[in-house]
Design a protein around this ligand. Structure first.
Ligand SMILES: Nc1nc2c(c(=O)[nH]1)N[C@@H](CNc1ccc(C(=O)N[C@@H](CCC(=O)N[C@@H](CCC(=O)N[C@@H](CCC(=O)O)C(=O)O)C(=O)O)C(=O)O)cc1)CN2
Ligand SMILES: [Zn+2]
Length: 759
């Protein structure tokens, strides 16, 4: 019998129940006990969705983040949070979100750093490591949830982050070698595995996705050390990899002294045969056969074609699972009643993916004939998608074929065109601007919701947003900013908004995916060839510009970011899809220019996260990604100024490709790591204008004017004054007006002081 299991279930809830519970708790509207009840309720529902699987994951649920949970299990919260008052949960949220001191609270604490989980749009809280770090076991969360699952009739399989990946995800604060902590860490892992075994646990899923990245010999050695140390554990270990190929680590993974290995067969199909050959005969091979990163139905017959012979060979040693945790897909497509039925028929969210998994297992265990009906239905859906006239648009294919190298080039080099721009814009030295969005207030969101429900007419909604834009423009004028924005009030999200307006996209009502903490995104579904039926932003920008004499920056999301933050088709290379998006954005850019917009910003916030997990694959991605940006941006006249924005500070290693985008101005996130920005300029001088962020918008704290000035001085030491801009790290949509106004006031004053010093 082939066995089925799941690596993790989405925790946010089908209607974002977790988000609302978290936020209510943070606002003091829910007690800790009530929050725990809501958590247990969600877990119960999630396990019910996983009924029929042989093993269900336990410990995949989290009140904020699974990496932070693991830190708690290892007794390893940052020093600064260990002696604060309150319960364990309270300390946990202090690290997750940071907390300012207040009348009722003594202790100001800054949040742990957040960073992207591999190549996904999920963010985890980075473990803070130091030479002196100690670990102590705290298994309570796992033990409670094991009992919960068991009492509900499920066989629990605890999910933990493996010791090597845990260190790999962490950051050494004191430049010490993270691997020096391995011995200490392994003591606690060994203890944890014993405790789990003593609670009747047979299998533990030990996630080691670091195995799909390039590892030097120290890290490879660490894998051997770790699993030799843990091999006497009474629980059986399933070393779990996902998101990519094992390549040079495949042998290493096969030879670890553990009871089984999980391979992502969706991302590493070519390694399946090899791992099946190499894995010693006493080990289990778990294969991730259902894609945990997209929302398409799997082609079950085709999957069975290659699985059947493998099952014949491996027998009971073969397990089936999704490729990775289902954290990255929405919960349930069945409640989507506004999707076109034809398109809905092609889709599979978390609940449906598990049904596909059960079907595959039944087909292997009892023969295809035992599930012939569902298999036929699946085959019909696959065929319908492949042959659908909705998917293919010959005119779009043609327009991509016609892209020539000329289209990615500006008329003149930066050094010449910047003069035309300066003459037209007449900006002061150290021009001040923002990244685009202003606070998305509950009132704006409510108006949009009412409009969706039909409670607010189209014209009333438009009037409401135009008012908001007017307020935003006026506030920026009062603050004395130099380049204004319209504030993005009309956008639910910087990607979903464009998806909704482009042909070739569908969007769900409830397809939420957790991005971090309580924040979710609803990635739109790119199913077909992309075209732009009409201008998407021009009316809003024209309205905003009509309210001010200052230059108003048009605001677009770039093709690479739209691609990386959408669920995209799997029937053509990503490059192809990206170029189609680039052509649509290019048309919008030219329409904005035609409407008199002097500055156009094209955000590429997700360019970095799209980088392949292995450096050796970077160049090919960067080549087409940069080309797509250039096609989108560079069709404008010399006097039109192109801005781009990226929100991550680690851009040292890709500064040259970024320079190739040839945007006139780039604004980037830097305020939390001023030193890293300076590093980037050591070997390579960024040739165009640059605005290093001087206001950390991820924190509710209002930055001090002196702090801002200090960051600007640091930047001015490195970047010629004539090319330096002054701006926040990123958009202000998650902030409140009362935070934004004093912060921007300080920023504008700091820029003025810098100007007067320079004279
Ligand atoms: N796609 C994407 N990825 C990104 C980012 C980003 O901006 N977009 N930024 C970075 C950080 N990630 C972030 C992800 C989400 C949010 C965020 O604020 N999300 C909102 C939802 C945004 C949204 O789509 N809002 C909709 C729906 C709003 C809503 O919740 N409506 C209520 C009703 C309104 C009310 O009464 O409040 C409801 O449906 O129940 C809208 O504005 O229209 C949230 O979780 O709260 C912020 C940052 C990296 N990745
Ligand atoms: Zn940003």
């Amino acid at each position: 019998m082939v066995l089925t299991h799941n690596l993790g279930f989405p925790r946010i809830g089908p209607r974002r129940e977790l988000k609302f519970a978290q936020e209510a708790f943070w606002q003091g509207k829910l007690t800790e006990e009530e929050l725990n009840v809501r958590g247990a309720d969600l877990r119960r529902k999630h396990w019910q969705h996983q009924h029929g699987l042989d093993l269900v994951p336990v410990g995949d649920f989290s009140f904020y983040d699974q990496v932070l949970d693991m830190s708690v299990t290892l007794g390893h919260l940052p020093e600064r949070a260990q002696s604060t008052p309150g319960t364990e949960l309270d300390r946990y949220f202090r690290v997750a979100r940071g907390r300012s001191a207040s009348d009722t609270d003594c202790c100001s604490i800054h949040a742990g750093a957040m960073t992207k989980w591999f190549d996904t749009n999920y963010h985890y809280i980075v473990p803070e490591l130091e030479a002196s770090t100690q670990f102590t076991l705290n298994p309570e969360r796992l033990l409670t949830q094991i009992e919960e699952a068991r009492s509900q009739g499920f066989t629990p399989k605890p999910v933990i982050i493996g010791p090597v990946t845990y260190l790999w995800l962490g950051k050494a604060k004191d430049c010490s070698d993270r691997l020096d902590l391995l011995d200490r860490l392994l003591e606690v892992y060994a203890e944890l595995l014993e405790v789990l075994a003593s609670h009747g646990i047979e299998w533990v899923q030990v996630d080691e996705p670091a195995l799909v990245t390039e590892l030097n010999s120290d890290w490879r050695h660490a894998f051997n050390l770790a699993y030799h140390r843990l091999k006497s554990a009474s629980a059986k270990l399933l070393v779990t990899t996902y998101f990519g190929e094992l390549r040079e680590n495949l042998k290493l993974a096969c030879e670890l002294p553990v009871a089984g290995v999980h391979l992502d067969a969706i991302n590493a199909p070519d390694e399946v045969a090899r791992i099946a050959d190499w894995l010693p005969a006493h080990k289990i091979l778990s294969l991730g056969v259902i894609n945990g990163r997209n929302i398409w139905k799997a082609d079950l017959s085709q999957t069975l074609d290659w699985l059947e012979p493998l099952y014949e060979k491996l027998g009971d040693r073969l397990w089936l699972a999704p490729s990775c945790s289902l954290l990255h897909v929405p919960v349930d497509v069945s409640t989507e009643d506004k999707l076109e039925p034809e398109i809905k028929h092609w889709l599979s969210f978390g609940v449906q993916k598990l049904a596909e998994l059960r079907l595959l297992a039944q087909a292997l265990n009892n023969g295809r004939a035992s599930v012939s009906g569902p298999l036929a239905e699946n085959a019909q859906a696959i065929r319908s998608r492949r042959e659908s006239a909705r998917v293919h648009n010959p005119a779009v294919t043609q327009s991509v074929i016609r892209i020539d190298s000329q289209m990615g080039y500006r008329q003149s080099p930066y050094s010449e065109r910047i003069k035309a721009q300066q003459q037209r814009l007449k900006l002061p030295r150290y021009p001040t601007t923002t990244i685009g969005s202003f606070p998305q207030t509950p009132e704006i969101r409510r108006a949009r919701q009412q409009h969706h429900k039909g409670e607010l007419t189209e014209s009333a909604y438009i009037a409401r947003i135009r008012e908001e834009i007017a307020h935003c423009v006026k506030t920026q004028e009062q603050l004395g900013l130099d380049v204004l924005v319209h504030g993005e009030a009309e956008r639910n999200d910087m990607v979903e908004y464009f998806g909704e307006q482009l042909e070739g996209y569908a969007f769900s009502q409830f397809g939420w995916v957790q991005s971090y903490g309580s924040r979710c995104v609803k990635p739109p579904i790119l199913f077909g060839d992309i075209s732009r039926p009409q201008a998407m932003t021009v009316d809003w920008i024209r309205h905003a510009q009509s309210l001010t004499d200052k230059p108003l920056k048009g605001m677009l999301t770039g093709p690479v970011t739209i691609l990386n933050w959408s669920f995209v088709r799997d029937d053509q290379p990503r490059k192809e899809t990206c170029l189609q998006l680039a052509m649509a954005i290019r048309e919008e850019v030219l329409d904005l220019e035609e409407a008199g917009t002097k500055i156009i910003q094209i955000d590429e916030a997700a360019l970095r996260e799209g980088l392949p997990l292995r450096k050796s694959d970077w160049a090919s991605y960067l080549n087409w990604a940069i080309e797509a940006f250039r096609v989108a941006a560079n069709g404008v006249r010399d006097e039109t100024q192109i801005h781009t924005h990226m929100c991550y500070s680690e851009f040292n290693d890709i500064i040259e490709p970024i320079a190739r985008m040839d945007a006139d101005v780039i604004t980037i996130e830097t305020s939390r790591s001023a030193m890293e920005l300076l590093d980037a300029f050591k070997g390579f001088e960024y040739p165009n204008d640059i605005g290093p962020g001087v206001y950390d918008i991820h924190s509710p704290n209002v930055p001090d004017k002196l702090q801002i000035a200090e960051l600007m001085h640091k930047a001015a030491e490195r970047i010629p004054a004539s090319r330096l801009w002054v701006n926040p790290d990123c958009g202000l949509k998650t902030r409140k007006w009362e935070e934004v106004i004093p912060a921007l006031k300080g920023m504008v004053e700091a820029a003025r002081e810098l100007r007067s010093e320079a004279q």
